[in-house]
Unconditional design. Structure first.
Length: 676
């Protein structure tokens, strides 16, 4: 009881307390609270992938076949350029264009939309939000992926996963402070929340030391033992890591040179006259053979394995061949099926070679009619089988789009509060520049002799608000792209929910900064002391700030940081030239006047000028013998704004704002597709 009180008093959630008590009492550890999901076997036949390079086509994968089984840890290996990542991207559904062939899920044609609900893809780089703690990141993932669970259930799942992955003691640590191995485990933990039955990993040991590599592969091995299908690409593992893999799929020049048990690799190569030297790492040896260091043997290996149609398995009694012919239910065998498998096996001349052509023979009625979906005979798991039925429409995401919006919005607001550049540095810049400009143009707003200087002040306001709003968005938004790519592909949320939350989250802060800046300069420069004029002045500045932010979103969504930082200011030059400050509207050539209607700087400058000098403002003070601009109407005539309408300026800015926001969304959707 005292231990329970201690844990609760130290801000431990009930789920964490339950895990700690279970561990203290010697209870079973490890992923006891995850939602039950069906097992998934994946098979592919005659898979070809072609890309366009210049005027010619390059074939990356050449009619490869294979079988990836549940309950096994599979490694996809091969020399650089062999097609490992390409095969992984095709199997995950990350790449679809240019692919030909057949991919089966539990002996049925794969429905990509349904498949992505059952799979998770952990990419090579740990795409994590640096401004979240481990616990906060897990809570966000749980709310998005299993939002139908109660708070207590989600806490139990989170605590269970963190305890299993060795992250429970780091739950209050910021993700930026984690080591490389811990970041990799957190990436796995985030996807494990929904317990996907099939998980893909791209180079999971990249950048890790030997100890962290061993911990990572041990974790994947443990996940596979739970009935999941774990598939990862790996460049060249050590002998210690290689022994931990159950299944090996090796590529060379876009073709399969070995598929089967890691323990059978050396005997298989030996049967072809390729003797692995004693104390030599088999993983290194097969890569060396594939690279041609021992002569050209690629064609021999491809023919022996039939480009992946053969699966080399361990010596087992024949009834255990069920994992190699695509069946997970031993009851599905009939005597005729078994005799056929045995005959086919013996015909190959090796008791370990299983021909996988029967995986794709849909006319085998004795097999197809008797094999149910690959699930354990458990009521809880059987309840999940509709996930594999393409005729049953399941929710696309773990929660509704409205809930996604509020979850992402809260996360984005938390980012902003913790981001020094995005928040405090920007606030400091607005205050500092506000006082600097206020001191430079001190009390010139009501001086008829300094109207031209005051117009310069109005134009500089537009310039400052435009660049601060636009630049910070260009710098920050592209940094979100890798995380967005990962989370949207793994079905955390819809792009609409994400985009709406991200765009709205920064608007309150931008509005606050703009109000602070405008208030400082408005008072220090002695602009008209009327609430209505101050309100119109502030509204024009706010709209320009929001439109500039939208420009930053468009550029950030369409380009990377380097190109965006250069092109955005260059693209803004025409808007500045046609703003009405440098050249009046009448002086602009007729064939160029249309550009002024696209310049949001023009509408903002015109709106602040009208708020300052329009609406029948009384004459300005004159402290010299003659003030040409003493009457505000003279200033408006000089600017060619006598007949301008403040309402039109506001409406134009609002229209441009929405057009740019929609354009940014379309660019973002296009960029996500193009990156894939």
């Amino acid at each position: 009881m005292e231990n329970i009180k201690y844990l609760l008093n130290n801000n431990r959630s009930p789920g964490e307390v339950k895990v700690q008590i279970t561990r203290a009492n010697g209870g079973q550890r490890g992923l006891q609270h995850l939602p039950q999901r069906p097992k998934v076997d994946l098979a592919f036949s005659d898979l070809t992938y072609t890309v366009r390079q210049g005027k010619s086509d390059k074939v990356i994968l050449k009619h490869v076949s294979g079988r990836l089984k549940s309950g096994e840890l599979t490694a996809i290996m091969g020399p650089s350029g062999a097609g490992k990542s390409t095969l992984l991207n095709i199997l995950t559904g990350y790449k679809t264009e240019g692919m030909q062939g057949q991919i089966l899920m539990n002996n049925n044609e794969r429905d990509l939309s349904q498949f992505r609900k059952l799979s998770a893809y952990i990419m090579q780089d740990n795409q994590l939000h640096a401004n979240l703690t481990v616990s906060e990141a897990m809570e966000v993932a749980a709310k998005l992926k299993i939002g139908d669970k109660t708070l207590e259930q989600r806490e139990a799942i989170i605590a269970d996963i963190l305890d299993t992955l060795g992250l429970l003691e780091h739950r209050r640590t910021m993700t930026s402070g984690l080591s490389g191995g811990q970041k990799k485990r957190l990436s796995i933990a985030l996807e494990l929340v929904s317990n996907p039955p099939i998980m893909f990993f791209d180079e999971p040991t990249s950048g890790l030391d030997s100890s962290s590599c061993f911990q990572c592969i041990s974790l994947l091995k443990e996940l596979a033992r739970g009935g999941r299908t774990i598939i990862c690409t790996i460049h060249q593992p050590s002998a210690r890591l290689f022994e931990m893999f159950d299944h090996l799929y090796t590529l060379a020049d876009g073709q399969c040179v070995y598929q089967g048990s890691t323990r059978q690799l050396v005997p298989f190569l030996g049967s072809l006259g390729l003797q692995c030297p004693s104390y030599h790492n088999p993983a290194s040896y097969i890569i060396e053979v594939a690279c041609g260091e021992y002569g050209e043997h690629t064609r021999t290996l491809v023919n022996a394995i039939e480009n992946g149609k053969n699966d080399i398995v361990n010596d087992q009694p024949f009834p255990e061949f069920k994992m190699t012919d695509g069946l997970n239910n031993a009851d599905a065998y009939t005597n005729e099926n078994l005799d056929s498998v045995i005959a086919n096996t013996l015909a190959k001349g090796s008791p370990n070679a299983i021909n996988m052509n029967n995986l794709y023979n849909e006319k085998e009625s004795n097999v197809q009619n008797n094999v149910a979906i690959s699930v354990e005979k458990d009521d809880k798991i059987n309840a999940e089988t509709p996930f594999l039925d393409s005729s049953v429409q399941q929710p696309r995401y773990g929660t509704s789009e409205l809930q996604q919006f509020f979850i992402i919005l809260r996360r984005a607001l938390l980012f902003s509060r913790r981001d020094w550049t995005l928040m405090y540095l920007r606030l400091f810049a607005h205050i500092l520049v506000g006082f600097l400009i206020g001191a430079l143009y001190f009390k010139i707003g009501n001086d008829g002799a300094k109207v031209l200087s005051n117009l310069g002040f109005l134009f500089f306001n537009m310039l400052f608000l435009m660049y601060t709003s636009m630049t910070i968005t260009i710098l920050s938004f592209p940094l979100e792209m890798p995380v967005l790519l990962k989370e949207s592909f793994n079905r955390w949320y819809s792009l609409r929910s994400y985009y709406l939350a991200i765009t709205i989250s920064d608007m309150p802060f931008q509005a606050i900064f703009c109000v602070i800046y405008v208030t400082i300069v408005y008072l220090m420069t002695s602009q008209p002391s009327e609430w209505s004029r101050y309100g119109m002045f502030l509204l024009a500045c706010l709209l320009v700030s929001f439109v500039a932010q939208s420009v930053g979103l468009v550029v950030g969504a369409a380009m990377n940081v380097q190109n965006g930082v250069f092109l955005a200011p260059v693209m803004s030059v025409p808007f500045l030239l046609f703003s009405g400050f440098f050249v009046s509207f009448d002086a602009i050539p007729i064939y160029l006047r249309w550009i002024t209607y696209l310049s949001y700087i023009r509408y903002g400058f015109e709106g602040t000028a009208l708020a300052t000098y329009g609406f029948d403002r009384p004459k300005l003070q004159c402290f010299t013998s003659y003030c040409h601009f003493k009457a505000p109407t003279v200033t408006l005539e000089e600017l060619d704004m006598v007949h301008s309408n403040y309402t039109v300026d506001v409406v134009a800015l609002v229209v441009i704002f929405f057009v740019l926001r929609i354009s940014a969304f379309l660019f973002l959707r296009w960029k996500l597709k193009s990156n894939r």
